[in-house]
Write a protein that binds this ligand. Structure first.
Ligand code: NAG
Ligand code: NAG
Ligand code: NAG
Length: 578
């Protein structure tokens, strides 16, 4: 008996020894690590906050914006907060962002003495400079704690700001072009601007980050533009003011001139984990070198790296499956945010609020969207906007668009939602959409239109319609108009929108009581929502209600919202389960 318990103790000891070191062993992970439109990642590891990694990505015009994702294992990511969660934090987002690619982009997130900092730039090609905004909080899990941003001076009109604390406690901001200024995080003053290094010679040296390692200052940039020529390059110097010398074997990382499925790799940020392993995040586009079909735009990928003392960093190239010494799996992240790879199962229960990962196109009047209004519990009521998803020639950015969405986050997905809508006035419409910009979207709506048989003047129709004016020169499917089957009138309709392959969406409708009997109404190529007027953003999946410029005021009631990730394409011809 004694020998047996000794043996048992020995086995237990071996097992726990194995566990203790497993964190250091390489594990496989699947990219993208933040699937769906998540461009320009910036990340920080905060030992002081229970060994948590925090990342942020660009949100351009959508609201809420500047999401902060949290993870303890680098693989499972949960929305912790949205730094931009009150329109008054940056009112210009509603009114001045005329182009579809304007708004907030390319932030840097850092932690210092109990505070979290996100520095970002707001782009508005209509003119009036490039405001740099510094968001600060002491609690990255609490939307309300993100303060009104500090407006930071921008002496060189640079984009993509970085924030860096030097050994002596001085704070520096680097911007695209490799210009560095000293800044005051309280007043936003910037002074003493000088150029550190403007890259290895390619165009658009941008996305700078400064690191201090082994008593050397490193400046990392991305060059070549955020398209297939994108690269990551680096230089270093003895002080933050230089002189800086470029790495002799730049670029550090690129997918340029490769046949990889993951293209446009660049805009990276580096950080260490609790075991001092180095990691990086970058953006990449799942398109192959053809770079024609990429509805999710630029997504966030994870890579392992090594960075020996006194040496230059060595970065793993980006693939769908790669390896690194991941921390152990740990899903203990506080808050009610959405886990990035979880489905949406939303029933709009009384007393609930909208999921925090859902967005509108620019900040919208919250009164347009009501969860479980008294007369219609367990629904989302959408008050129609005068303008449809496209708007009209006289559309002004401050005007309403009654549209609520989440990101397309998987190559293959199924989205379906129930709709109760009793239109009364001509052109009133409510439906589902796959949306890239106001000028590129694929819609299936229930719309009130004159009947062709003349028995009743107006009847509800199912209408499949593609807006593709933002992508001239491609084949656009014809509009499909089907009178709503008589037996469906006055009943709950289920609308569905699925990506059935990496290049095709199918939209259909059914009676909610018979969801399997789907009437397929239309299908469209994902090329329609790749690039064009949205080269920097990515597809959203959601619902809308509009009077199409008419007098209609009839609200639409959506219920039982389901979004399921089905598969991720991670290499040519390879679909992984999502
Ligand atoms: C990428 O670089 C090649 C030359 O290496 C150039 O011909 C091409 O125009 C570049 N593409 C873009 C989008 O910058
Ligand atoms: C673990 O992965 C890293 C990053 O790819 C690599 O540098 C290292 O050699 C790997 N270690 C082992 C033991 O395979
Ligand atoms: C949007 O509404 C305008 C009228 O305001 C109309 O001309 C246009 O066809 C509509 N477009 C779509 C895609 O619904």
């Amino acid at each position: 008996m004694l020998s047996r318990s000794i043996l048992l103790a020995f086995i237990v000891a071996i097992a726990s020894f194995g566990q203790g070191t497993s964190a250091q062993r390489n594990q496989t992970f699947t990219n993208p690590i933040l699937p769906g439109w998540n461009s320009d990642p910036s990340c920080v590891f905060v030992k002081e906050r229970d060994n948590t990694f925090f990342c942020t990505t660009s949100t351009f015009l959508v609201f809420p914006g500047i999401p902060v994702f949290a993870s303890k294992d680098l693989v499972n990511w949960k929305l912790a907060s949205n730094a931009l969660n009150r329109p008054e934090q940056f009112p210009e987002l509603s009114t001045k962002s005329i182009g579809q690619n304007n708004g907030i982009f390319a932030s840097t997130i850092r932690y210092r003495d109990g505070l979290y900092y996100i520095i970002t730039s707001a782009i508005n090609y209509a003119g009036n400079g490039v405001p740099i905004l510094l968001f600060i909080t002491d609690d990255p899990y609490d939307d309300a704690s993100w303060r009104q941003p500090v407006l930071v001076q921008n002496p060189t009109f640079g984009i993509d700001p970085d924030i860096f604390w030097d050994k002596d406690g001085k704070v520096y901001m680097a911007v695209a072009g490799g210009d560095v200024s000293e800044i005051d995080v309280t007043t936003g003053a910037a002074w003493g601007t000088y150029k550190v290094w403007n890259g290895a010679g390619d165009r658009n040296p941008e996305g700078p980050h400064i690191y201090l390692k082994d008593n050397k200052h490193y400046l990392m940039l991305s060059e070549g533009g955020t398209e297939p020529n994108h690269t990551v390059t680096i230089a270093r110097g003895d002080t933050v003011k230089g002189p800086f010398v470029g790495f002799g074997r730049n670029p550090l990382l690129t997918a340029k001139d490769t046949s990889n499925y993951f293209q446009t790799v660049g805009h990276a940020d580096f950080f260490q984990d609790a075991n001092d392993n180095w990691w990086g995040m970058a953006l990449a586009t799942r398109s192959g070198p053809e770079w024609e079909i990429y509805p999710m735009g630029r997504e966030t990928v994870l890579f392992a790296m090594t960075w020996h003392e006194g040496d230059w960093p060595v970065l793993d190239p980006i693939h769908g499956k790669q390896r690194g010494p991941l921390p152990p799996v740990n899903r203990k992240i506080p808050g009610n945010g959405h886990w990035v790879n979880d489905p949406d199962v939303e029933n709009f229960r009384p007393g609930s609020s909208l999921p925090r990962h859902w967005v509108t196109w620019r900040p919208q009047d919250p009164k347009l969207f009501a969860v479980s209004p008294e007369s219609h519990p367990n629904t989302l009521r959408i008050t129609p906007s005068f303008h449809n998803l496209t708007g009209a020639a006289d559309f002004f950015p401050g005007e309403d668009i009654s549209f609520l969405a989440r990101k397309q986050s998987a190559t293959l997905f199924d989205f379906n939602v129930d709709l109760d809508f009793a239109p009364k006035t001509q052109d009133e419409e409510a439906g589902v959409t796959l949306f890239l910009t106001q000028f590129q979207h694929i819609d299936l709506g229930l719309v009130h239109l004159p009947s062709r048989n003349g028995f009743s003047p107006l009847i509800p129709h199912l209408r499949f319609r593609v807006e593709a004016s933002g992508k001239p020169g491609i084949t656009v499917p014809e509009t499909v108009l089907v009178p709503l089957p008589a037996a469906w009138c006055g009943k709950t309709i289920q609308l569905s929108l699925s990506a059935v392959s990496d290049e095709k969406y199918v939209l259909g409708a059914a009676l909610a009581s018979r969801p399997k009997d789907v009437l397929k109404v239309g299908s469209a190529s994902a090329m329609i929502v790749s690039g064009g007027t949205g080269p920097y953003t990515g597809a959203l999946v959601g619902v809308y209600a509009t009077s199409n410029g008419g007098k209609g005021k009839t609200a639409a009631y959506f219920s039982r919202w389901r979004y399921n990730q089905v598969g991720q394409k991670i290499d040519h011809g390879v679909i992984a389960p999502a």
